[in-house]
Design a binder for this molecule. Structure first.
Ligand code: NAD
Ligand code: WQD
Length: 337
């Protein structure tokens, strides 16, 4: 079975390629490498001792995408490619709407032309905005606080309409909570360009001395220690969720949304403590003002994924921190060479 992985050179995509190859799938990656590097896929090949095929193609380029489908018999697509920086989406909304929506529409049109109708889409817990109730169920109100989040809501709507128009389609909308961690080998992991927006890469960069101190955005939230609570999920657990979702597409049609989270919430201070324990490093920090748009508390009810897909996150916060730290240490040593 051949799986096309768009955005497969990226953070979640590369970890999913490892699990797909380990499970015996043939993997074809389409990635324009705007936020990733080809070497990551070489690492994937070396971790798994298997080969994959990379097309350095932009999903906005339908003609090249058609050729990929002509060259391979694709059974299903996992669609990670897209832009994901919340702050940037506020500054460049048209770039985000155009890239995230058009790439997905192009992809679906090309899939349709080649009679491929199985799709797993990277949605996000961002579609819940600031949830009214936790744990968050898939049936919770949908409301985003930024353009990036609205692209995910719009794409979910588009995909629901596509599946409603033809019962050939089977589409899984996976709403990720907060992916962190890295592959155990320390050879692939999250690699943000510039100043990290997200908590874990910021912490790991402070730990290796790239940044001086972490700003904790707000300690006056109505939580136990005053900092925001999130559902951090190991990227390998997340990757494995994609394999379960793929399996399910064989016996279903229409669209289904699934939360992929652990069901546990941890505060910013708890994450810092866990990281300090895992790495043996102290993370210098200061409390800064709240960040606009942050939900005080969000974590998943992931029961639906467990019941329908037979998937459950297994890795805990300490392991996530250990693996993030191994990856960051490895990268810093490589950069120092
Ligand atoms: P990433 O940036 O590491 O990976 C995305 C990949 O898509 C990159 O390799 C990039 O080069 C590629 N890409 C971007 N635009 C493209 C285009 N026009 N054509 C071809 N390739 C293109 O991001 P990630 O963290 O791996 O996220 C993957 C998906 O999961 C994204 O859709 C993101 O919105 C979603 N998601 C991520 C998170 C998170 O916190 N990382 C959380 C929820 C949802
Ligand atoms: C986590 C917590 C911050 C950085 C984002 C996107 C979401 C999804 C996952 C794609 C919050 C605090 C952070 C820092 C801090 N991505 N923090 N200092 O905001 O929950 O989710 O990534 O779909 O759409 O919004 O994750 O890692 O940015 O923040 O105190 O330097 O860490 O305030 O409480 P978030 P995050």
């Amino acid at each position: 079975m051949s799986i096309l992985v768009t955005g497969g050179a990226g953070y979640i995509g590369s970890h999913t390629c490892v699990e797909l190859l380990n499970a015996g799938f043939d993997v074809v990656v389409v990635d324009n490498l705007t936020n990733s590097r080809e070497i990551t896929l070489k690492e994937v090949e070396s971790i798994t001792n298997k080969n994959l095929t990379l097309y350095s193609v932009d999903l906005l380029d339908s003609e090249s995408l058609h050729k990929v489908f002509e060259n391979h018999t694709i059974d299903a697509v996992i669609h990670f490619a897209g832009l994901k920086a919340v702050g940037e989406s506020v500054e460049k909304p048209l770039y985000y709407y155009e890239t995230n929506l058009r790439t997905t529409i192009n992809l679906c049109k090309v899939m349709e032309a080649h009679h491929v109708h199985k799709l797993v889409f990277s949605s996000s817990a961002t579609v819940y905005g600031i949830p009214e109730q936790v744990p968050v169920l898939e049936t919770a109100p949908i409301q985003a606080t930024n353009p990036y989040g609205r692209t995910k809501i719009m794409i979910e709507d588009i995909l629901r309409d596509v599946a409603a128009a033809s019962d050939k389609w089977s589409i899984s909308l996976l709403r990720y909570f907060n992916p962190i961690g890295a592959h155990k080998s320390g050879r692939i992991g999250e690699e943000p360009s510039g100043i990290p927006n997200n908590l874990m890469p910021y912490i790991t960069q402070v730990a290796v001395g790239i940044r001086d101190e972490l700003s904790v955005f707000g300690d006056d939230y109505p939580t136990e220690d005053g900092t925001c609570v999130r559902d951090y999920i190991h990227v390998v657990d997340l990757a494995l969720g994609h394999l379960k979702a793929l399996e399910k597409l064989d016996s279903s049609s229409g669209t289904q949304a699934y939360n992929l989270g652990t069901g546990n919430g941890y505060s910013v201070f708890q994450v810092i403590s866990a990281f300090e324990e895992a790495s043996g490093k102290t993370i210098p920090k200061k409390v800064a003002p709240r960040r606009a748009g942050d939900a005080p508390v969000t974590y998943a009810d992931a029961t639906k994924a467990e019941q329908d897909l037979g998937w459950k996150a297994e890795r805990g916060l300490l392991e996530m921190c250990e693996d993030s730290w191994r990856w960051q240490s490895h990268r810093s040593k490589q950069n120092a060479k």
